[in-house]
Each structure stands twice: as C-alpha cells, then as structure tokens.
Design a protein around this ligand. Structure first.
Ligand SMILES: Cc1cc2nc3c(=O)[nH]c(=O)nc-3n(C[C@H](O)[C@H](O)[C@H](O)COP(=O)(O)O)c2cc1C
Length: 213
C-alpha cells in the first residue's frame, strides 16, 4: 500500500497544513503499518510552469516526440508515475487569494497528461486514470468560508479548482478537511477550527484504516 503525501505550504514546521497532513499520515500509518509514504514538498521541489515547449511536447504523440521534447516532459512523466503508482493521495495546502498556491497549480498542470493520467477515447469522450486512488485534500484558510459564516463564503474558488481537474482525471469523490478560520479571527475560534480539523482527520484515518485493512 503506497501513499503520496504532498505539501504545498512554503512555511516550514510552523505551517498549519503541514502539521495537519503530518498528523493524518501518522494516524493512518498506525492503522496500516506496511504503508509506504512517498513525500513531496512543493516548496522544495517546485514543479516547472507550463512553457511553450511543454505545450507542444505534451500534445505530440509519444512515438513522434524528439529527444528535446522527451526531456521537456521528464519532470511531468516522473510526477505522473509517482501519482499513478500510489493508492492514496494526500494533498495539503493553504488557501491563497481564494484559490491554491501556484506551486500546486503547477503540480496539476504537470499531472494532467493525455494517454497517461487521462485518455482521449475513440468516441470523443475522455476518461481519467486515477480511478482507484483514495484522495484527501487538507486545506487551511485564514478566514471562515463555510457557507453563511462570513462575507467571503461565496468566494471559495479553491474547492472547485481542486475538484474539477481531479474529476477530469477520474477522482469522483475526493475527501476534504478544511481548517478554518485559522488567521482572521480570535484565538478561541482558531483553536476550535484546529480541533475540528484534527478530529475530522482522525475520523477519516480510522475509516480509511478500517476499509483498507
Ligand atoms: C499570500 C497569502 C494569501 C492568502 N490568501 C487567503 C485567502 O484568500 N483567504 C483566506 O481565508 N486566507 C488566506 N490566507 C491565509 C492562509 O490561508 C492561512 O493563514 C493558512 O492557515 C496558512 O496555511 P499554512 O500555515 O499551512 O501556510 C493567505 C495567506 C497568504 C500568505
């Protein structure tokens, strides 16, 4: 059983999302001791942005790619292989300006690959290849964007920005634990938000541990 653990906060050990994801992975590992964890910190190993060369290479059929094109796609090929060989995917990130950190967007841009993570079918439809993976998104937010709880609730562009590309890749029902409010609130509300998130993560780890074992 293989789990890929991806963190996107640029903060080191003071990061809320990193602490929450570490807690979740440790909780799950207690229940599944044989779990192999593949860790990626996007603030250390930041995926390259899409370039003109990448756009050309990715849409050139594999058998027609030049050596230069193959080199251009090397990072993305390797990333797709790591994700495809994982059974569980845990993605943790802060909300930045109502959406995701740019490092995670670059991660997605390197992950969505024709005939690798999704297929163009003969009938014109597409189908994703990440159908067997269990996926958990852990997000941390400064404000409280739960429906009706803040004037910014309707501005949550992060949740759809994550669900759409992963649905395209075949992830139909990802799990979410959103810790909020962690910054723009009083201390009591922050502590309650963190407690809720830790409790939710503990519950997800127990459920996954039971279902997988
Ligand atoms: C550049 C930047 C942009 C942010 N934008 C938002 C935002 O749009 N909405 C929000 O609720 N919090 C926002 N925050 C607050 C973070 O999401 C929040 O502090 C989060 O807990 C940080 O997670 P981390 O400790 O894992 O980095 C922003 C923080 C930074 C540094």
């Amino acid at each position: 059983m293989r789990l890929m653990h991806v963190d996107a906060s640029p903060k080191s050990n003071l990061s809320n999302s990193k602490m929450l994801s570490a807690y979740f992975v440790a909780s799950l590992k207690k229940q599944i001791p044989e779990l192999v964890v593949d860790y990626l910190d996007l603030s250390v190993d930041t995926p390259p942005h899409v370039t003109g060369e990448f756009a050309k290479a990715t849409y050139t059929p594999a058998e027609e790619r030049t050596e230069v094109m193959k080199q251009t796609l090397e990072y993305s090929d390797h990333l797709c292989a790591r994700v495809l060989m994982s059974d569980i995917l845990v993605f943790a990130m802060p909300m930045y300006n109502f959406s995701m950190p740019s490092s995670f967007k670059a991660f997605i841009d390197n992950l969505v690959r024709t005939n690798l993570t999704y297929n163009f079918n003969a009938d014109g439809t597409t189908s994703g290849n990440l159908t067997r993976q269990k996926v958990l998104f852990i997000t941390t937010r400064g404000a409280d964007l739960r429906p009706g709880l803040s004037p910014w609730s309707h501005m949550d562009a992060l949740t759809p920005a994550l669900t759409s590309p992963f649905a395209f890749l075949g992830v139909e029902s990802p799990w979410f634990v959103d810790a909020q409010p962690l910054q723009f609130s009083d201390q009591v509300a922050r502590e309650e938000a963190l407690k809720r998130a830790y409790d939710d993560l503990g519950a997800v780890a127990s459920e996954w541990g039971r279902n997988i074992n």
